[in-house]
Write a protein that binds this ligand. Structure first.
Ligand code: PLP
Length: 231
């Protein structure tokens, strides 16, 4: 695995996709997804300039936390499903949660943040394709969900996230990304207090170029940087 070479290739693809869409490459945040990757590789990634690190499990965040924070510029993203009973381990550790998907989780985040006198940044996870196997709200539930979050003053809504279905040809999921972007524009128009639609987290190894063409400004990339995962 040649991380530097992979990184350069991903950056070039991001640049090209951004240019095709008439967007600025620097507006797109690359999140290196380091799940299953060991601490030495995480350190290499940070050193190369991959400052945004994404993990999907709380346990792995706890294990790698000190390594990640050796770099003062590191930004830590929780991209996976968050169990309510794990909230206490990540508040004040994680910079952005990508997987806010239910009211019970919001309640727990609010409670824990209040207790620690802090706040948390979160994206709402939307299951655009309504896949059984995936977490996330249905598209039609998002507006009502956001309205019910308005009373939670410790949660800063910063945007939306989705995971597209796997497709042999990523062109087949372009519509999913387009729908998420349109939903974010719809939310933005409502101008809710304390709700920002700043980030659109969509696109993984298989489909990030299409996602960028459709407006993604956060892409979550594991395999293209670190190789196939061995569980
Ligand atoms: C694992 C994972 C990724 C990265 O997947 P790759 O296909 O390896 O790039 C992105 N987002 C989420 C939520 C993940 O769990």
């Amino acid at each position: 695995m040649d991380l530097q070479k992979n990184f350069e290739q991903v950056l070039e693809n991001i640049n090209n996709a951004a240019r095709r869409a008439g967007r600025k490459p620097e507006d797109i945040t690359l999140i290196g997804v380091t799940k299953t990757v060991n601490e030495d590789v995480v350190r290499d990634a940070l050193e190369l300039g991959i400052k945004n690190i994404g993990e999907n499990r709380v346990q792995e965040i706890q294990k790698k936390y000190d390594t990640i924070r050796e770099d003062d510029d590191s930004v830590l993203h929780l991209i996976g499903h968050l169990q309510t009973n794990k909230v206490k381990y990540i508040v004040e550790k994680v910079d952005l949660i990508h997987s806010l998907d239910r009211l019970s989780l919001a309640k727990e985040l609010q409670k824990r943040c209040k207790k620690e006198d802090t706040s948390i940044n979160a994206l709402i996870q939307v299951n655009i394709a309504e896949e059984e196997s995936k977490f996330g709200l249905k598209e039609g539930e998002v507006i009502t969900f956001i309205e019910s979050l308005l009373e939670y003053d410790r949660i800063n809504i910063k945007g939306l996230m989705t995971i597209a279905p796997y497709a042999e040809d990523p062109e087949d999921v372009r519509g999913v990304f387009k729908q998420l972007r349109e939903l974010s524009q719809e939310v933005e128009k409502k101008d809710y207090k304390g709700v920002e639609m700043k980030y659109l987290s969509m696109g993984m190894t298989n489909d990030y170029e299409i996602a960028i063409e459709e407006g993604a400004n956060m892409v979550r990339i594991g395999t293209a940087l670190f190789g196939e995962r061995i569980y």
